[in-house]
Ligand binder design. Structure first.
Ligand code: PMT
Length: 408
């Protein structure tokens, strides 16, 4: 299958010994159906000639920002508007640093700054450079801005060292690049998503809640729309705008979330439960504000909680059930506990996140371990938008398999 059919890819090449791999990468990208134009940094031309990449891409290769003949053919801003994705492979430590600073001091950096297309970097460098705190900070900053990082992997490096810094192989680069694009994988499928926290009232002014911001669930809803689905989003109280083309239903408490999901689930083929629903809610609601004078300092105030109904488990027990994707927020024995939830709740898939030490909740980035009966995938640390697209790709593949199995 041509994963990048018709996609325009602007390939940036930086000065690194791994630049020799760019020649094959151009060919592999074209084999995957992409149209490729190449921009090289000055340093890259020391490692591989523009002529080689021109012959392989079928287009002139650009190197300089100030090149009147090239500018007359396609100006650099026009070139920044041309691609569906910018891929820089190899991306050097210096280039990553310049990008993190928002510099536009050569053509490739200027294009990355000006483009509205997704930007992905496949780093290649010495292990010390990769592990250096300055590089780590640059990568964190760019990841938060939505730049995707493909690799690197550990292995033997050109400098003679062993360690992280080796550019990932072309096949993996192409798979990861393809995962950035919306697809029609869920065309005609109705997807229900839950997001955000719930609030459980204790009295008219106090409630129990959790740290969910709704970012993950909202990104999942947006990714489902991109994949062609009709999407209903049931959201707890969050301060986020509704993604385009999403029908939103607002709820406050776990009981309201339960009722809304049960009402909408029958009209949806997939349910992705990203909401952090309260497992325990106050047993009673005090009609008036609880006065502290009513409680002695010695005895304190004892709040009795009761279990709330498990929404996913209840849906899983139904004969007509949607394809069920749960999330698991774990702080210890992460994989083991997540796997147990997949089995106990009889889910079709689970996305497990480690939420210890402030991870996961109310962050712009996250990482997930996705499990399903007989399979698994690790989605590396990335912005929640990209992560949601990758997750939706996995869901679409598994849903199709599941659907085909149940209709033949
Ligand atoms: O919202 P963000 O700030 O972006 O943070 C994202 C997140 C950490 C909230 C998200 O990635 C996540 O992990 N969501 C699920 C949180 C959670 O409640 O996990 P859990 O392990 O307690 O629950 C497991 C699953 O059961 C979840 O899919 C949950 O929606 C579901 N559940 C829980 C309780 C309940 N009564 N009924 C349910 O269906």
């Amino acid at each position: 299958m041509k994963q990048l059919s018709g996609k325009r890819v602007l390939l940036g090449v930086c000065g690194s010994i791994a630049a020799y791999k760019s020649a094959e990468l151009v060919r592999d990208l074209r084999d995957a159906g992409a149209e490729v134009r190449v921009v090289m940094t000055e340093a890259a031309t020391e490692f591989i000639t523009p002529l080689t990449l021109q012959a392989l891409s079928g287009h002139p290769v650009r190197t300089g920002l100030v090149d009147t003949a090239a500018e007359a053919a396609m100006g650099h801003i026009e070139l920044a508007r041309w691609p569906d994705a910018v891929l820089v492979a190899p991306a050097s430590a210096d280039f990553i640093a310049r990008l993190a600073q928002g510099r536009a001091d050569d053509l490739l950096a200027a294009l990355c700054l000006a483009t509205r297309a997704p930007v992905a970097l496949a780093p290649a460098m010495n292990a010390g450079m990769w592990e250096n705190a300055a590089t780590r900070a640059n990568i964190d900053k760019l990841t938060r801005q939505g730049v995707a990082f493909f690799g690197p992997v550990s292995g033997a490096l050109a400098c003679g060292e062993q360690g992280p810094g080796r550019m990932i192989d072309n096949r993996t680069i192409i798979d990861k690049l393809a995962a950035l694009f919306p697809s029609a994988a869920l065309q005609g499928v109705a997807v229900l998503v839950s997001a955000g926290p719930t609030r459980e009232a204790i009295d008219p002014v106090r409630y129990l809640s959790n740290r969910s911001s709704g970012k993950m669930g909202f990104a999942v809803a947006a990714a489902a729309v991109e994949a062609g689905a009709q999407v209903t989003l049931i959201s707890g109280p969050v301060a986020l705008p509704t993604p385009e083309r999403v029908k939103r239903v607002d709820v406050i408490s776990a009981a309201q979330m339960y009722r809304a999901v049960m009402e909408h689930a029958p009209a949806h083929q997939i349910f992705v439960a990203a909401a952090a629903v309260a497992d325990f809610v106050p047993q009673a609601f005090a009609q008036q504000k609880l006065k502290k004078e009513k409680f002695s300092a010695e005895d304190g105030f004892v709040l009795r909680l009761k279990q709330s109904p498990d929404i996913l488990a209840e849906l899983a027990g139904r004969e007509q059930r949607p394809f069920l994707v749960g999330f698991a927020a774990e702080t210890e024995s992460v994989e083991q506990n997540g796997c147990a939830k997949l089995q106990r709740k009889k889910l079709d898939m689970i996305a497990i996140n480690d939420v210890s030490e402030g991870r996961g909740f109310d962050r712009d980035e996250n990482e997930l371990l996705v499990l399903w009966p007989g399979g698994r995938a690790r989605l590396e640390l990335a912005g929640k938008g990209r992560l949601a697209r990758e997750l939706m790709g996995l869901i679409a593949d598994r849903y199709r398999e599941h659907y085909e199995k149940n209709t033949t």
